[in-house]
Write a protein that binds this ligand. Structure first.
Ligand code: C2E
Ligand code: CA
Ligand code: CA
Length: 780
């Protein structure tokens, strides 16, 4: 059998065992009682049988005495001899009354009867009864007269030959039996049974109205057959009882009689009934108590187990659980173990979750964590108002090389902390070694850009790490959660691409530009087309004039490449310069630009405009001596001044080789200009080593001139620093009169920007230069 609950199982088990034990005890007690009672009854029955034998013998002797006395009486014999009926009868009657008998009569040898007393019965004497009488001796025993048993004695009357018998008989009726029953110590039933036909016995006292005697007859028969005069168990119409069957002498041998003494079992067990009842009652009460008790006990045992089971289930579902143990036993200890196990699991879980959500190095939240935050923000504010930024440490390889890996981790950690200090509305995470992510809510892209610019400024404050102060410069890429998800699914990835785009265009921050990003696959195909595009003449050179602030005249131009792609149209360099650098096409492109620039310079000279021409030289090419050979050979054929614009980052990446090549350029009379000054980690030490002639202040500083005191200060000190190193200073990105005035006031040498002129094709440039004087007057 299976149980769903332990408590049911325990209860059923206990109750079952107890009931079994109780049953066995009751059975044993009952059979002991019955056995004992039976033994007592058997003894009593045997004793009563003996008493009855005595009474029987006594009565027989009494009857014999009386009958003998009469049979020997001379007068009586004379009356018999003379057939004096009246005398005989009176003598019989006389003695019968004196002896208190039921019947006394005289039977002649001829069968004639003279009776006294219960005379009516006598005439029904069976011939067999008469046949049993002895001629010369007294006979005694049971005689059945008219269906009723009598104890009778017959004594022959000798004159001197037998002439008849004197018979004295006492009825064996119910009254007789009663007096016999009263003699016994136990209340038994006595009855005389005689055989009416073979196998059929009849209770003489009951007469014709006797109940069914068949079963009784069977007991009598078996008792007689076994011959042992000991009590037997009987079960007949009178009920279950123990009986003793005693055969009695019978005058008529064909009608034997027995005395049956019986003691009903029910009566024998009556004194014990109370005991048995009490036993059963106690048993049931005990069973009830046991069921209640073991139920309570089992509940007590199983409740903490159930509580543990429930707790284990909840633990499995990831809840934090604790079980309260009310006891001090094994279960309590188990509960304690369980609790500490659950606590450990919880701790481990939290550790794992923390590890899954944090960067091991800095313990800042990681990308996955930021993704969750973004999802939560989107839920809360709506996708349109959520923006994601990737903030990167510029030239991180250099910074890490300078301060070491461990401090770099500290640096990132400190930057992460600054995000929190800036605003706790901005969620941050570490996205890569040198990049932090930020997610925040803003009204629109403009507000988001402003926020990220301010955040970067706040983060760029000089940092104290150990005993060093570190200056960092940051760039940021921004992406709106709602836009361009079809191009790059993850906003974090879009922001990271935005960061790359910001760096490519040398801007402090840039919003992810899907057009610029293009389709990576088609961008790749662009590269395969570059070589043929150069050969097919799809490349075009634009020039942007450089304006001398003191001479108030255009003194040079910067050559800027354009790609007129047959299918994609006019492409700006930001889209393909980076890739050309990555794929190695930059060398062929630059060689073409240099060639074209020299040709254009010649065209300018031809109209009397001798202008210096600046060409951008990618950092990559500064570690390529073969390029240097080609470039030097080309420049040798130039008519005018050629200037190479290089970024200082390019120098820092492979300083020895780069500085050597720059020295070769300088040695060949090429002017060297340091481009995009201020966007990287500027180092005076490098500036000194580069044999440069010019410093170009990056346009991001120039743009900020109008509204930032700090940037104005920076530009001014840069100009002073450059001058002290013997460098001319060019400011790029001059778009406003204010900027131009400020720069002039600061002593800046040259200006370049949309205010003066946008980059333009050579034809346009030639006409621009022709009208230069007019243009120059209008500027400043
Ligand atoms: P750069 O060397 O810093 O060039 C100046 C960029 O600033 C040019 O963008 C120019 O159009 C832009 N600019 C000039 N004045 C202003 C202004 O007042 N306001 C604004 N907003 N922008 C102004 P462009 O032509 O798109 O070139 C982008 C970059 O591509 C250049 O930055 C340069 O790094 C690179 N590049 C262009 N041509 C070449 C090339 O032939 N070789 C190499 N290696 N790089 C090139
Ligand atoms: Ca440039
Ligand atoms: Ca520049």
């Amino acid at each position: 059998m299976t149980f769903r609950h332990l408590r049911t199982k325990l209860t059923v088990l206990y109750a079952g065992l107890f009931a079994l034990v109780l049953l066995v005890i009751t059975g044993v007690v009952y059979s002991a009682i019955v056995g004992n009672a039976t033994k007592v009854v058997r003894g009593e029955l045997a004793a009563s049988g003996t008493v009855f034998d005595r009474i029987w013998a006594l009565r027989t002797a009494q009857l014999e005495n009386g009958a003998g006395l009469l049979s020997r009486d001379f007068g009586f014999r004379a009356a018999v001899a003379t057939h004096d009926g009246a005398t005989i009868q009176s003598a019989l009657e006389n003695l019968r009354v004196r002896l208190g008998l039921d019947t006394a009569f005289m039977i002649g040898v001829d069968g004639s009867i003279i009776a006294a007393g219960d005379a009516g019965q006598v005439h029904n004497l069976t011939p067999a009864a008469l046949a049993g009488l002895q001629p010369d001796d007294a006979s005694s025993g049971v005689v059945i007269m008219n269906g009723a048993p009598y104890q009778a004695v017959a004594v022959p009357v000798l004159a001197p030959a037998p002439v008849g018998w004197v018979v004295f008989a006492a009825r064996l009726d119910q009254a007789q039996m009663k007096s016999l029953e009263q003699l016994s110590a136990i209340p038994l039933d006595a009855s005389i049974l005689y055989r009416t036909s073979p196998g059929a016995w009849r209770d003489g006292a009951l007469g014709d109205h006797a109940r069914d005697q068949t079963r009784t007859s069977r007991f009598v028969e078996t008792a007689l057959k076994s011959g042992v005069a000991s009590p037997v168990a009987m079960d007949d119409a009178a009920g279950k009882s123990i009986g003793l069957v005693k055969p009695l002498d019978a005058v008529d041998q064909s009608a034997p009689a027995v005395l049956v003494l019986r003691y009903p079992l029910a009566r024998a067990l009556a004194p014990y009934r109370l005991l048995l009842g009490a036993l059963v009652l106690i048993g049931f009460a005990g069973l009830g108590l046991l069921i209640v008790g073991s139920w309570a006990l089992a509940r007590g045992v199983t409740r903490p187990i159930s509580a543990l089971e429930e707790a284990a289930r909840r633990l499995q579902e990831g809840e934090t659980v604790s079980v309260v143990a009310e006891t001090h036993d094994e279960i309590a200890r188990l509960a304690d173990r369980f609790n500490s196990m659950a606590a450990e699991i919880g701790q481990r879980q939290r550790r794992i979750t923390h590890m899954a959500m944090h960067d091991a190095d800095t313990d800042l939240p990681n990308r996955q964590s930021l993704e969750r935050e973004i999802a939560a923000l989107a839920q809360q504010a709506g996708e349109d108002h959520v923006f994601v930024a990737a903030i990167g440490v510029d030239r991180f390889n250099h910074v890490r090389g300078a301060i070491g890996h461990a401090l770099f981790g500290e640096l990132i950690k400190a930057l992460g902390r600054r995000v929190g200090q800036f605003s706790n509305e901005v969620r941050t995470a570490r996205l890569s070694t040198s990049t932090l992510g930020a997610a925040f809510e803003a009204a629109d892209l403009g507000a988001a850009t402003q926020l990220i610019e301010r955040l970067c400024s706040a983060m760029e404050q000089p940092l104290r790490l150990g005993c060093n102060t570190v200056d960092v410069s940051l760039s940021a890429g921004l992406a709106s959660l709602a836009e361009h998800a079809e191009i790059v699914a993850s906003a974090i990835d879009r922001a990271t691409i935005g960061l790359d785009q910001a760096r490519e265009s040398r801007r402090r921050s840039a919003v992810f530009d899907s057009e610029r990003y293009g389709d990576p696959a088609s961008n790749l195909s662009l590269m395969s087309e570059m070589r043929s595009s150069i050969d097919a003449g799809h490349m075009l050179l634009h020039h942007q004039p450089k304006f001398d602030l003191r001479a108030r005249a255009v003194v040079g131009t910067e050559a800027l490449v354009r790609w007129t792609h047959p299918t994609r149209g006019f492409l700006v360099p930001d889209l393909f310069i980076g890739m050309a650098e990555e794929t190695g096409h930059i060398r062929a492109l630059t060689e073409w630009v240099l060639q074209q620039a020299i040709a254009d310079q010649r065209a300018m000279a031809a109209i009397g405009q001798a202008q210096a021409v600046s060409v951008n030289i990618s950092g990559r090419l500064l570690s390529d001596p073969e390029f240097a050979d080609v470039a030097l050979a080309l420049v040798e054929g130039a008519d005018g001044q050629i200037c190479f614009e290089i970024t200082e980052t390019a120098v820092i990446e492979n300083p020895e080789l780069a500085l050597a090549i720059i020295a070769r350029f300088a040695g060949a009379g090429i002017q060297v200009s340091i481009d995009d000054y201020g966007t990287g980690l500027s180092s005076l030490a490098y500036l000194k080593q580069i044999r440069a002639n010019e410093l170009k202040i990056d346009k991001s500083f120039v743009f900020a001139l109008n509204d930032s005191q700090r940037d104005a200060l920076l530009v001014r000190s840069t100009i002073d620093l450059a001058h002290s190193l013997g460098l001319k200073v060019t400011a790029e990105g001059v778009e406003t009169e204010t900027a131009l005035a400020l720069l002039t006031g600061m002593g800046c040498d040259l200006a370049q920007g949309y205010l003066i002129a946008k980059p333009m094709p050579i034809n346009q440039l030639l006409s621009f230069l022709s009208h230069e004087d007019g243009a120059a007057k209008s500027v400043g």
